[in-house]
Design a protein around this ligand. Structure first.
Ligand code: THU
Length: 267
């Protein structure tokens, strides 16, 4: 398990924590030795923070992997982590160490990182992006809403990351597919997202929710968001049009590190 700890410490540096300055990472080990990392991703609107464990569990589930056999965090587990893990993982995990949960009767083998990111040899066209988002939907888990959504975040260098909505009984823990795809990209250190493809075939009218718009505004401000509702028509939006006057927070280097709220502007 030493190697799992090594991976989690390595991942911690990829956290996006400009407000708290407190990085955190989680690594999930799957039954065949594959592992997936997730990092803490903050937002100027603090309640929209994506916790490290959520990033990791949702990134794995977005690739159809829910066969968790161990989890490690870069600090130590808190009670709220354990409550969430009980909802997300359908088998009991024992606390082996303050930073490690596992099925202790398993001899764990740590293999390769699950390739959350795929690389395309050429530019991902809007058609391909929508095709991939539609294909991702097979992994959505929507017992609460029966409203599956798939998303693909594409970076400048043609990497792409998959996200779907995975619904937990505690709705506050659910990420929309768009945020799941972004969490996966950021957790892998890929911050230059230029296109976000979304597919939601059960709605003729879907556009990204307000929370996703705020997260996209901060983490992918130059992105184009492409929407598929299952038909022929694909809409696309620029982030500045999706969220005019989006909220930002800037930390000054002033005496006591005071925070200045920038005034939202509609441009
Ligand atoms: N949802 C998305 O994944 N993306 C959107 O743009 C809108 C809503 C999900 C969240 C939840 O699982 C379900 O759809 C109903 O809100």
């Amino acid at each position: 398990m030493k190697i799992l700890r090594h991976h989690v410490r390595d991942a911690e540096h990829r956290s996006y924590v400009p407000y708290s300055g407190k990085p955190r990472a989680a690594v999930i080990l799957l039954s065949n030795g594959d592992w997936v990392c997730g990092v803490r991703i903050e937002n100027a609107c603090y309640p929209l923070v994506i916790p490290a464990l959520t990033s990791a569990l949702v990134s794995a589930a977005s690739l159809g992997r829910r066969d968790v056999v161990a989890i490690s965090v870069s600090d130590h587990f808190k009670d709220e982590d354990l409550t969430f893990i009980q909802q997300a993982v359908h088998q009991p995990l024992d606390q082996l160490q303050p930073d490690l949960l596992g099925l202790d009767h398993h001899a764990h083998h740590v293999g390769e990182p699950l390739s959350a990111c795929q690389e395309s040899s050429s530019v991902i066209t809007s058609q391909t992006g929508i095709h991939l988002a539609r294909r991702a939907i097979q992994y959505a888990h929507t017992p609460e809403s029966d409203f599956p959504v798939g998303s693909i975040a594409v970076t400048d260098d043609h990497h792409y990351y998959q996200g779907v909505n995975i619904e937990y009984p505690d709705w506050t823990k659910i990420l929309c597919a768009e945020r799941a795809a972004i969490a996966s990209a950021i957790s892998h250190g890929d911050r230059h997202i230029k296109n976000i493809f979304v597919s939601a075939p059960k709605s003729l009218e879907i556009t990204p929710c307000g929370a996703c718009r705020q997260v996209i505004y901060e983490l992918a401000p130059n992105a184009t968001v492409w929407m598929d509702r299952g038909g022929e028509m694909i809409d696309h939006f620029h982030v500045k049009d999706l969220l005019p006057g989006g909220f930002t927070l800037k930390r000054t280097s002033g005496q006591n590190g005071s925070i200045i709220h920038s005034h939202p502007t509609c441009k």
